[in-house]
Design a binder for this molecule. Structure first.
Ligand code: FDP
Length: 289
């Protein structure tokens, strides 16, 4: 993790205020943009019109901020040069397959102080907006996680220093069960005796419930996809920082996701996020494979 300078703190304020200001517009755009476009993103996934729209809005507004030098997103192959300064990495609409069944979705942002790809050492701050029954924004900065309600584009802080509850309650994980590795399946055999399964298919909402109730979210390494599904720059690193700021742990299976070396903008990473004791346990099972 990098420590922001005073000038960088001002740019971070601007970035998060801009994200909150845009959030109602992104949300309002969803009902009319549920159809698939004929394009795929750099990871080969079919784009919805909503993905493209959110990406354009965010690129225009964040790229225009004085002190933002690069805009990168899951939707574009390369970072866009927007001037001089920090790099922002966006998952404009996380969980976009939830749009069709009208389930929660979000926007994830990471701010790095280096050109991308950047790893955890160059991360300055991260956050997400959750488009649920209410719109909330969670921001991790200076080692602290803050949760706010976004009302009319304004940030109204509701929890100043959010801590993950000590007693875990829920677990949720992606990937088809027959595709899990032996160690991960053995871990789930254990946790399903103790906790309640909750998986919605949107990382933002699934991680937010872990932050709210305690527990674990995983999108593990699969037999067919040893690096899992989620992207390091846009999902893994920002969400790992959010959870670590709340006193939880992150892991790619053997180390903090903030310690994973970033070699490619669209690189994938196995993801485990949650209470320390559960991350320790999943790592122990994976080490035994
Ligand atoms: P989606 O493909 O719907 O955009 O990275 C994207 C993501 O959703 C995450 O939000 C979510 O955790 C995961 O993929 C869902 O994948 P599965 O459909 O395989 O569960």
């Amino acid at each position: 993790m990098s420590r922001p300078t005073t000038d960088q703190e001002a740019v971070l304020d601007d970035i998060f205020e801009t994200l909150a200001a845009l959030a109602p517009e992104i949300r309002a755009s969803l009902p009319g943009r549920r159809t698939k476009s004929d394009e795929t993103n750099p990871s080969g996934e079919v784009r919805l019109e909503a993905d493209a729209y959110a990406d354009e809005l965010l690129e225009e507004a964040l790229g225009a901020i004085d002190g933002v030098g690069f805009y990168a997103s899951e939707e574009q192959a390369e970072p866009i040069d927007t001037g001089e300064g920090l790099s922002v990495a966006l998952d404009p609409l996380d969980g976009s397959s939830n749009l069709k069944p009208n389930s929660p979705m979000g926007t994830i942002i990471a701010v790095y102080d280096e050109p991308l790809p950047g790893d955890g050492d160059s991360l300055l701050a991260s956050g997400f907006v959750l488009f649920g029954p209410i719109m909330t924004m969670s921001v991790a900065r200076d080692g602290v996680l803050t949760e706010a309600v976004v009302e009319n584009g304004e940030i109204d802080v509701i929890t100043e220093d959010l801590d993950i509850p000590e007693e875990p309650t829920v677990y949720g994980m992606g990937g088809r069960v027959p595709d899990w590795t032996e160690g991960f399946a053995a871990f789930i055999d254990e946790v399903e005796q103790e906790y309640k399964l909750r998986y919605g298919g949107s990382m933002v909402a699934d991680v937010n419930q872990v932050l709210t109730y305690g527990g674990i979210f995983s999108y593990p390494a699969l037999q067919s996809a040893p690096d899992g599904k989620l992207r390091l720059q846009f999902e893994g690193i920002p969400m790992a920082y959010l959870v670590e700021c709340a006193g939880g742990r992150s892991s790619d299976g053997s180390q903090s996701i903030l310690d994973v070396e970033a070699t490619d903008l669209h690189q994938r990473v196995p993801v485990h996020l949650g209470n320390e004791q559960l991350i320790d346990r999943v790592e122990a099972h994976l080490a035994d494979e």
